[in-house]
Ligand binder design. Structure first.
Ligand SMILES: *Cc1c(COP(=O)(O)O)cnc(C)c1O
Ligand code: SF4
Length: 448
């Protein structure tokens, strides 16, 4: 089996396909954009997933290699000029950071609103927004096997917000779960927690299993490793240990929920990924899948229907279709709510019920996860029907509400209440629930 080899801005020109197929302009564009947004690929993605005969339109190429149009023309021109004039690293960094700050590096108040504390210590590696599920960012899991060009966590990969965690991570974690009996799920996320060696991941997971936490039912691992490095489950030196860890969780009576990020059916086609899925399922683990819907990558009903069918064929459960977050290269990827819903509807209509476990299209916005249920007309007014799939206030969930139809809207912020109302039903309560468990405000300076 080939060993993991990664490609960055320093060595991507040596990739044989890049060297032989891309023009100098294209290579330079990767460099320009890659200086602002993070770039990392690896030998599996490059050799097994990308169709180099058609790279310009290839979804996985666009998913991993920065594209010229991902920056605004003036930003692109500015960085191109700096690179060509040979500025110092320090000056380049200053200028690049100015651009990054214009790309909404912290969407939906993530850093400020959702960080809880226990015993007077802020858990900067935890976000707790929805009652039942807390997110945990283990400090060693904050990178990935490759970087997605759409990633909303991009600021941490370029060093704009180091996620810092106190020393006694697991003790505080256990304590927090203990004093919050509503928590049933902990979701290990990142970056990609499966970038961690099994030994390190196990030190966190075993601590949870050993602690007396009757309320904790589910340990979720949010990961892109199946898409970007399935060898993590097959031939890596600690692949078998990882599968044994999964078994341990399931045998301890907790549910190990593997939340797999797949953006395109292509990622499900290799022998390696299929073998990896089989091995994970054999540990008693369930694999659920999710992806944003994005222009230039998966913006067709055929792409989604194919992906969901393929996932179900392989024993996975489709879970979420997201809308692209309002950060980074969102202009490049964003799809109007109208079109996203049509694609959802058309793909959902052509698959059987076993694929219809998926929910979406959903926006992870400040107040919660908001699903576009559809577009309809009520008493002559064209409207979006919406509902919360998750809400800062659990009571908001599953209540249909309506916004004026707007063909250009791409995010909750673009929407206005229908029927002449002045606000949405949750707006009065939003300030109360915003940060209710979150006594800590991370100061802006710490992030930059
Ligand atoms: C999506 C999300 C979760 C998990 O939500 P589920 O609907 O249970 O999958 C938890 N926390 C945050 C902040 C999220 O965005
Ligand atoms: S794998 Fe996830 S966290 Fe990593 S770059 Fe892609 S979207 Fe971002």
């Amino acid at each position: 089996m080939p060993k993991y080899q990664n490609y960055t801005l320093k060595n991507f020109r040596n990739i044989p396909y890049v060297e032989s197929k891309l023009s100098e302009d294209e290579k330079f564009a990767i460099e320009v954009v890659g200086n602002v947004l993070p770039f990392k690929a690896n030998n599996y993605v490059v050799e097994e997933l990308i169709d180099w005969d058609n790279y310009a339109n290839d979804p996985i190429f666009i998913l991993t290699f920065p594209q010229k149009d991902m920056l605004k023309p003036e930003h692109f021109a500015h960085v191109a000029h700096l690179l060509k004039s040979g500025v110092s690293r320090a000056d380049l960094k200053t200028e690049v950071n100015k651009i990054r700050l214009q790309l909404n590096p912290h969407p939906a108040g993530q850093m400020k609103d959702n960080v809880p504390e226990v015993d007077g210590v802020k858990l900067t590696g935890v976000q707790h927004k929805y009652r039942e599920t807390m997110l945990f960012f283990p400090s060693q899991g904050q990178t990935c096997h490759a970087y997605c060009t759409f990633c909303f966590r991009w600021p941490q990969f370029v060093g704009m917000n180091e996620l810092k965690f106190a020393m006694r991570e697991t003790e505080l974690l256990v304590k927090y779960i203990k004093v919050n009996p509503h928590i049933t799920d902990i979701l290990f996320t990142g970056g990609d927690p499966l970038i961690m060696k099994t030994k390190i991941l196990a030190s966190y997971v075993d601590a949870l299993l050993e602690a007396d936490l009757p309320n904790l039912k589910t340990i979720r691992i949010g990961t892109k490793a199946l898409g970007y490095w399935p060898q993590r489950f097959t031939s890596d030196t600690d692949a078998d240990d990882l599968l044994r860890l999964f078994e341990r969780v399931n045998k301890a009576g907790k549910h190990l929920a593997f939340m797999s990020h797949f953006n395109h059916g292509r990622e499900l086609e290799t022998e390696e990924v299929q073998k990896a899925i089989g091995r994970i399922l054999n540990t008693g683990t369930a694999i659920r899948t999710q992806s944003p819907i994005m222009k230039n990558i998966n913006d067709s009903a055929e792409a989604w229907a194919y992906m969901w069918r393929k996932q179900v064929d392989l024993g996975c459960v489709p879970y979420y279709m997201f809308l692209a977050r309002d950060t980074g290269a969102q202009d490049y990827f964003a799809i109007e709510l109208d079109r996203a819903w049509q694609i959802f509807q058309q793909s959902y209509q052509q698959v059987s019920g076993v694929c219809r476990t998926v929910r979406g299209p959903s926006m992870s916005a400040g107040p919660g996860k908001v699903q576009v249920l559809g577009i309809t007309e009520i008493h002559g007014e064209k409207v979006f029907a919406l509902q919360f799939l998750q809400g800062r206030n659990p009571d908001w969930v599953c209540r249909p509400f309506f916004a004026k139809y707007d063909p250009k809207a791409i995010w909750l912020d673009d929407l206005h209440p229908a029927f002449g109302e002045s606000k949405f039903f949750f707006e009065d309560e939003y300030p109360i629930y915003r940060g209710v468990e979150n006594t800590i405000k991370v100061v802006e300076e710490e992030i930059v």
